[in-house]
Write a protein that binds this ligand. Structure first.
Ligand code: DX5
Ligand code: ZN
Length: 220
């Protein structure tokens, strides 16, 4: 069985020791660094943007998985791609011309992702499935790290896996929010390919070991 992709979330890092935390990620088995951008409008919090991206890129050797929790994300696709993103996810709820936005992400050479809030049904993706490389399923209400995973996200992941298979799509399923070593096997069994983890990595006594254990999580 293939191992899950692991993306530690920068949001839970120590910003006063960013270089130290990025070097830790470089040494780890992480596949990506998850980069959460919040604008205070789409979500009730503000995180970081381009100056931090620029600093992160100088020190981080892992590909950057950018998660845009911002209104009208189409305004910033080119800038994040040029800023070094490997993957860019926009929210379904924030993108009126989603097909165009996802196509632009691909044109800019990045993996195109669409993120779904809890209340957004997976069936809404059926008509854009041809331009999706990754579906980011929010397993919490976005805006803050350190929350508990919402249980209804598990059947949703299962439904999404079936929908992608039926559509002949090879898009990955990424899950984000409240992910721990304890719930990782359930998420993988439901169909997740990629695990984002903030608090359970940076809040662990040994973040390197936490990443290693997440990487070695298996389906139930
Ligand atoms: C929240 C972000 C998440 C967050 C996850 O809106 O999208 O990526 O960093 O943090 P944890 O793993 O602490 O729930
Ligand atoms: Zn995120």
């Amino acid at each position: 069985m293939t191992q899950p992709l692991i993306a530690p979330s920068l949001l839970a890092a120590d910003f006063a020791n960013l270089q130290r935390d990025l070097e830790l990620i470089n040494r780890s088995e992480a596949d990506y660094l998850h980069f959460d951008v919040m604008d205070g409008e789409f979500v009730p919090n503000i995180s970081f943007g381009f100056p931090v991206l620029e600093a992160v890129r100088r020190h981080c050797r892992k590909p950057l998985d950018v998660h845009l929790m911002i209104a009208k994300p189409e305004r910033y696709i080119d800038a994040f791609a040029e800023g070094g993103a490997a993957s860019i996810s926009v929210h379904y709820e924030a993108s009126i011309h989603l097909h165009r936005t996802l196509s632009r992400i691909r044109e800019m050479g990045c993996r195109a992702g669409v993120a779904l809030n809890m209340q957004t049904p997976v069936s809404l993706l059926e008509d854009v499935v041809d331009v999706i490389d990754v579906v980011l399923v929010m397993t919490i209400n976005p805006g803050f790290g350190g929350q508990k995973l919402l249980p209804l996200s598990i059947p949703k992941i299962r439904k999404l896996r079936r929908m992608l298979t039926d559509a002949g799509s090879s898009a990955l399923i990424e899950v984000d929010g409240g992910i721990t070593l304890d719930n990782a096997p359930t998420l993988l069994s439901a169909g997740a390919d990629m695990l984002v983890a903030g608090s359970s990595v940076f809040g662990a006594d040994d973040p390197l070991e936490a990443i290693r254990q997440l990487k070695n999580s298996r389906q139930l």
